[in-house]
Design a protein around this ligand. Structure first.
Ligand SMILES: [Zn+2]
Length: 501
């Protein structure tokens, strides 16, 4: 994972350095999916679940993350309450999940890395075991399909004691905590069905000592100040993925406002911690000014993608360096402190904010579909950047193809491989190239109509669905070109048939 992000990060910095068109690639997202009134009727398949086993087994069965989550249910809402001491790095939590059974569920499997003290199911006692990340509830009797149940879990533990490779999502220093990572990080601080095919809404309540701030994703609702501890409340009211929900605790300076994005009035809430961070010569003030440029970036994206998805916008700039450049946490991405240096890396703002559509709202059916997140975000960041003409985009397209090595193409975009290959340069830059080739073949009118229609969707979707919808909007047959771009494993040879005449 560090290697993947390092590759992407270096690629981005190099491009910025050598190309007149500043570019970069990072990762992150947004959501709005099943509104209750739009939920599927019981005789319809409610979402993409890898395993058909509705009795409940450990792991949704995604071959890239086989043990993540569980089958037979989906989470509709997480009500997360935690207390965090940023000096001892200890966490105490109670999370109440609203889950919907998808069949006669007998066992319910969640992911959680902390020590569990109490579990209840619909208010009653329930037998449970906890091995590794797998928290298994054995239900007193099979659940009724399509009925909602409440699962309450109490837990605690030290954040620095994270097994199973999850420590990469935990960044600590004295007085500071950051939990953020893709594809996994939720299990560090709340029990979750950790797969992007199961987006949910969230309420987040974090109690922290009076001398620090607690920042998460979604709309900031309230801060209730106590004598020694304060309660910070956030709400994510459109379904999004578990990796889009971070927790930051530390010495944050907050910039709060109301702004308009594409005609929609939203809360602006950004936070930067200067507790040892190096944001550059302009310090925290410069860092917050950098994040303010998110407003223009988001506004620009709405001209192509339609209504801005979240009810909030902002960013989180922690003092600790991360193993990735930025992460698209809902409405408020986390950016590595270096993003704010040297005048600020504006392209990464566009990349992360575009993930509010591509990844956070239109979520992945499976991790092998990652190019519909990262290829699309890179396309918005680079090829549709402000001031980017079609001629400049074409020039960039050919330059990118020319710069690739045969190894770049070795894994197909339709199945790039588990993390870290999931986040390879091919997925980001090759994905954007494949999208530009699609635009070349379709023509701008049809392509932008397709882009807007794709962006208007919610919930889990796949690359196959992306290809099908592009074909539906295309005046020409895309099958051959898409097979070359998305399924090919050798260096692309340009021709009119594959969209690079
Ligand atoms: Zn991204």
């Amino acid at each position: 994972m560090a290697a993947k992000r390092a590759y992407v990060w270096v690629a981005g910095v190099t491009l910025v350095a050598v190309a007149a068109i500043a570019v970069g690639a990072v990762m992150l997202f947004r959501s709005e999916w099943f509104r209750m009134e739009n939920r599927p009727a019981p005789d319809e398949s409610p979402t993409t679940v890898w395993s058909e086993d509705a009795s409940g087994v450990d792991g949704i069965g995604d071959p890239y993350t086989p043990e993540a989550g569980g089958t037979g249910y989906q989470v509709t809402h997480y009500d997360i309450s935690v207390e965090v001491d940023p000096v001892s790095h200890f966490i105490w939590g109670t999370t109440v999940l609203t889950v919907e059974a998808l069949g006669p569920l007998e066992e319910l499997h969640l992911d959680l890395a902390q020590s569990v003290t109490t579990v209840t199911f619909d208010g009653g006692d329930v037998d449970f075991t906890h091995n590794g990340l797998d928290l298994r509830l054995t239900l007193p009797q099979p659940a009724t399909p399509y009925q909602e149940y409440r699962v309450s879990v109490e837990y605690n533990g030290e954040l620095e004691d994270m097994p199973y490779g999850l420590d990469q999502g935990v960044y600590l220093r004295v007085g500071e905590v950051l939990i953020a990572e893709e594809p996994h990080s939720c299990a560090v601080w709340f029990p979750c069905n950790d797969h992007p095919s199961d987006p949910a809404t969230y309420s987040i309540k974090a109690t922290v000592p009076h001398d620090v701030e607690a920042i998460s994703a979604g709309t900031w609702v309230d801060t209730q100040y106590g004598e020694s501890w304060d309660l910070w409340i956030y709400a994510i009211d459109a379904p999004t993925v578990t990796y889009a929900v971070p927790l930051a605790v530390g010495q944050y300076t907050i910039d709060k406002d109301t702004v308009e994005i594409g005609g929609k009035s939203v809360q602006y809430f950004a936070a930067a911690s200067d507790n040892g961070a190096s944001f550059g010569s302009d310090g925290t003030e410069g860092a917050l000014a950098y994040l303010r440029r998110s407003i223009a970036a988001a506004d620009h994206l709405t001209t192509y993608l339609g209504e801005y998805p979240p009810n909030t916008l902002g960013g989180i700039l922690p003092p600790m360096s991360t193993s990735w450049g930025a992460l698209e946490t809902w409405g408020r991405p986390v950016y590595d402190p270096s993003c704010a240096r040297d005048g600020g890396w504006d392209e990464v703002l566009a990349h992360e904010i575009s993930h509010f559509w591509f990844g956070d709202t239109i979520t992945l059916a499976g991790w092998h579909d990652i190019v519909i997140n990262e290829g699309m975000a890179t396309y918005m960041e680079e090829y549709l950047a402000p001031g980017m003409t079609k001629a400049a985009a074409d020039a960039w397209f050919y330059e990118q193809i020319a710069d690739t090595s045969p190894g770049f193409w070795a894994a197909p975009l339709s199945d790039p491989g588990p993390d870290p290959a999931t986040f390879s340069g091919h997925v980001y830059d090759g994905g954007a190239m494949a999208i530009h080739a699609t635009r070349q073949l379709m023509g701008d009118d049809a392509f932008f109509e397709f882009l807007r229609a794709w962006a208007a969707q919610t919930g889990p979707h796949s690359l196959d669905e992306w290809r099908t919808m592009a074909q539906d909007y295309s005046p020409v047959d895309l099958a051959y070109a898409h097979a070359i771009w998305f399924d090919g494993t050798t260096r692309l040879t340009c021709s009119p048939e594959v969209g690079c005449p």
